[in-house]
Design a protein around this ligand. Structure first.
Ligand SMILES: C[S@@+](CC[C@H](N)C(=O)[O-])C[C@H]1O[C@@H](n2cnc3c(N)ncnc32)[C@H](O)[C@@H]1O
Length: 242
């Protein structure tokens, strides 16, 4: 029987995630490092939405030596994998995890967890599982909990604007896999079958322009795209920046 996984867990075996994602997506480490670099190193509080196996959390913990990181993920398997890595790296006293759906956090009447405030919020490769309506609700919630001057940076795949660009992005990913000594087909053979879970479903990509509109409408200012590589972009902004 095929094991079903949650949207975003990607691989049937959690242990395949860290190597598999680096073959599947071009420049995975670079995109996470770029998100991290956008977070001020003197941040005291950072939320990591959809922490997965903890790769972004680890980079933030290293970059922000005084930060307490609150990681959120609805997958116990991913969180436990992250916890083992964070503990092994000696950061367990500065990393705390919530098992929960970040869509529920954004609609707090549905969830037992409430988060009052944070100086920064980051996310990598997770929010694209929400509907556009929920993306906007999530961005509004993030804007509402950010302290004045606080920032939000998200890296996600974006919807290609034309079929020609979709082909370009596909070719880039095929070439990347070949450079890693594999093929997309071989990596995809390890991908699990997911069923909708909570607020998340299959990939629900929006264009970069649509994301920027959502951020604006959610109340962010100084909205920016500090990094982009073909079909992947980092976007976000600040609230109450003077
Ligand atoms: C592709 S992984 C990325 C993990 C990590 N951020 C990284 O860049 O390696 C997406 C993660 O988001 C989580 N996720 C997806 N939708 C979620 C939701 N609605 N609430 C909480 N976690 C979610 C999945 O369980 C998975 O761990």
């Amino acid at each position: 029987m095929t094991q079903t996984i949650y949207p975003g867990e990607v691989f049937t075996n959690t242990a395949d995630f860290d190597s598999g994602i680096r073959q599947l997506l071009p420049r995975y480490d670079e995109m996470l490092e770029a998100v991290t670099t956008c977070v001020p190193s003197n941040c005291q509080t950072v939320i990591d939405l959809g922490c997965g196996t903890g790769e972004l959390s680890l980079k933030i913990l290293q970059h922000c030596p005084e930060a307490q990181v609150l990681a959120v993920d609805y997958s116990p398997r991913m969180v436990e994998f992250a916890r083992a890595k964070v503990t092994g790296a000696g950061y367990s006293d500065r990393w705390h995890a919530i098992y929960g759906d970040f869509g529920d956090l954004a609609t707090p009447t549905q969830d037992k967890h409430t988060i009052q405030s944070t100086q920064a919020c980051v996310s990598s490769l997770a929010i694209h599982h929400l509907s556009d309506e929920m993306k906007l609700t999530l961005f509004q919630w993030i804007a509402s909990i950010l302290e004045p001057g606080g920032c939000f940076w998200n890296v996600d795949p974006v919807l290609p604007e034309t079929p020609q660009l979709a082909e370009v992005y596909k070719t880039v990913r095929e070439k990347w896999a070949a450079q890693q000594g594999t093929t997309l087909e071989a990596v995809r053979a390890k991908i699990g079958t997911s069923q909708p879970q909570g607020h998340s479903g299959q990939d629900r990509l929006a264009t970069l322009e649509a994301h920027l509109e959502m951020l604006k409408s959610a109340g962010f200012d100084a909205i920016a795209v500090p990094w982009k590589y073909y079909g992947f972009a980092i976007f976000g902004g600040y609230v109450g920046r003077r």
